[in-house]
Ligand binder design. Sequence first.
Ligand code: VGL
Ligand code: ZN
Length: 260
Amino acid sequence: MLDLDNDGRLSLEEFRCAWLYWLKQVLSPVKALIIVDVQNDFITGSLALKNCSAGQDGAGVIPVINSLLEQDLFDLVIYTYDWHPENHISFIETVDSRKIHPTSKVPVLRSAAKVQEKLTFDIDGIPREQILWPKHCVQGSFGAQLADTLKVVPNAFHVYKGASPDVDSYSAFWDNSKLSKTNLASILSEKNVTDVYVCGLAYDVCVGFTAMDSLEHGFRTICIEDACRGVTLDGISRMRRELQKKGVYMTMSAEVPNLT
Ligand code: VGL
Ligand code: ZN
């Protein structure tokens, strides 16, 4: 990858790239764990993963994550929250109150819209695609709280996403239309993080998109697979393949202590 000049010397620019992309990671890794959306609604509430087609129990991630936290393997821990207002664009219950864009495959009867159906809404004249979900993680509700058996470490950061009514946010870095950023990237760069470990709910939605954006921000990104649960089996395997293709490392929690 290094392109040495004719004398075999490394230019400053090449060194800068080498430092940024791998030397820093190897010589002084700073590890962050991002615990994505381990909230009641994905475990026992309106979007309980065990009722979704993969039939996975969201609560299964809790002992795995708690054990990772007890081993004190990370320099920084971040808890993310899906954090929606009452009239959020993703809620199937409020479809009727929204304007559909002409390019949308509008269901004949809007009230017959289905969960996980993709509609195109009209947001100030601009089409915006959105997958519908049952109302979940409403700001301040019980469903939006972290599962109470999840260990919360002191000095952790708490990042909230999806708070704007008209745009969803699967990634904890950006909303789905990249209109605005959360404070996650600045937390990670302020703390000089090099390695981002991701886990939580749901593998094929918020964990996956957070991992992709982590990679895009230049962090070495590692997905702890046994600390994730997903919505659909097909979605999980597609997300897994996509993440691996892009360069996200896949690991299991037992291996994490052996990684740099
Ligand atoms: C999520 C569906 C809708 C998630 C959030 O956290 O994975 N999934 N909103
Ligand atoms: Zn959501």
